[in-house]
Ligand binder design. Structure first.
Ligand SMILES: Nc1ncnc2c1ncn2[C@@H]1O[C@H](COP(=O)(O)OP(=O)(O)OP(=O)(O)O)[C@@H](O)[C@H]1O
Ligand SMILES: [Mg+2]
Length: 390
């Protein structure tokens, strides 16, 4: 899968610009605060249906405008599709497929697939469980649109159930029957969602082991498992799993009333990540956390390729500058045969690498565009000098 071009109008600090991409490695470079991440944000909007960093859509609209537009052309196998979005400061955003408006944002999710890796993901191992849940939810949603529907419904029912749980005892008693109806639906959704998550996490574990083994020369063995309050096995037996969740939602209601929230269900799940049998959330070093995060992102791409028959687009936001030389080298030597769009302040990190398409960004506008193969060569005086092939 490849992005061929993206066009922006009044999108963040980009007034009006068309940016074209090549099939391999694209490097968007420039000084701080010029609009590099804004471009990735625009691309990823079409993968996730919302920004990966804006709290509200209106933040995406240029300070001096009321409406922003982004149109992106991408190729999946040999088919070209154009996705568009109109973001207004006063209305909800509208997506378009081949210039025809889509009814719901969820309709476009899964069409354009991308793996995003940004500096905040480097903390994924030690961050709160919600961060790891978000990682798998976003990844699975791109592969299985039905999963997104299940999650949306789950969150609606959860909210309704929590509203009743928070009521005063008299009001709650009057709504007791409704709690049971919601518990039944939640238990059923928990069984379906937990099964899909468990299947995904098993694949993640398989690929992370492979990447981590390469990164550490086999010295460290990671293990990722699903930590679910519905139990940690027998996910395929849907009825038994549903009954386990239903018991939790039925037997501990008094405790839930005390806390004012639903205490059991897939919204409490986590990933258990170990290295050589020890819990990484507690014991991993900075370097191990970074290697794990990197391996998880690479694994996400492999699972997407296995499931859809082609690689997603890889979006790396300034992440290379955060990695040490050996991990940088590892990532650059492992991103072949796919499209990668990387942002960086400095181009020099790409010396000695494959041919790159360089796009300079300054003040929301593209500057110099270069297609270069830079191979560093030791010159006679021992200095590194780039050799450029246009
Ligand atoms: N709605 C908006 N309207 C206009 N400008 C905006 C809007 N939102 C953000 N900006 C500006 O966009 C600029 C570029 O942001 P971006 O995050 O893309 O920078 P960057 O090139 O990735 O920088 P860095 O290297 O520091 O990560 C910032 O100066 C920011 O103030
Ligand atoms: Mg940035």
């Amino acid at each position: 899968m490849n992005v061929t071009k993206i066009e922006f109008n009044s999108f963040r600090n980009i007034e009006s610009e068309i940016i074209e991409f090549s099939d391999g490695i694209n490097v968007i470079y420039g000084e701080n605060a010029q609009g590099k991440t804004n471009i990735l944000e625009g691309i990823y909007l079409f993968a996730r249906g919302k920004s990966f960093r804006a709290f509200k859509d209106k933040e995406l609209v240029n300070f001096d405008s009321n409406v922003a537009y982004a149109k992106m052309d991408f190729k999946s196998r040999d088919e070209e599709t154009r996705l568009g979005v109109e973001i207004s400061k006063s209305q909800s955003k509208k997506f378009y497929r081949n210039n025809v408006k889509v009814n719901k944002t969820s309709e476009i999710i899964g069409e354009f697939r991308a793996v995003l890796f940004c500096p905040s993901h480097l903390g994924i191992i030690k961050d709160a469980p919600s961060v790891r849940r978000k990682f798998i939810d976003v990844a699975i949603s791109q592969l299985r649109p039905v999963y997104l529907k299940m999650m949306t419904r789950y969150n609606q029912v959860l909210e309704e159930r929590n509203t009743i749980i928070k009521m005063n005892p008299q009001e709650r008693e009057a709504n007791e029957a409704l709690i049971d109806v919601y518990s039944e639906e939640l238990a059923s959704l928990c069984a379906d969602i937990a099964d899909i998550r468990n299947e995904y996490i098993k694949k993640l574990d398989y690929w992370v082991k492979i990447f981590f083994n390469e990164m550490t020369d086999g010295r460290e063995v990671p293990k990722i498992t699903y930590e679910s309050n519905g139990g940690e096995e027998d996910f395929e037996n849907r009825e038994a799993l549903k009954q386990r969740y239903l018991h939790l939602l039925t037997d501990y209601k008094e405790r839930e009333y005390k806390y004012g929230a639903t205490l059991f269900g897939i919204h409490k799940d986590d990933l258990k990540i170990e290295i050589n049998g020890r819990d990484s959330r507690l014991y991993s070093s900075q370097g191990q956390q970074r290697s794990l995060a990197l391996a998880m992102k690479m694994a996400e791409g492999e699972i997407s390729r296995e499931s859809k028959g082609e690689y997603p687009v890889f979006l790396f936001d300034d992440v290379l500058s955060e990695l040490d030389d050996s991990r940088k080298k590892y990532i650059l030597s492992n991103i072949k045969n796919r499209q990668v769009i990387i942002t960086a302040c400095d181009r020099s990190v790409f010396e000695n690498n494959e041919c790159c398409h360089f796009i300079n960004i300054k003040d929301g506008k593209k500057g110099e565009i270069l297609n270069e193969c830079i191979y560093s060569q030791e010159s006679e005086n021992g200095e590194i000098s780039p050799e450029t092939e246009l």
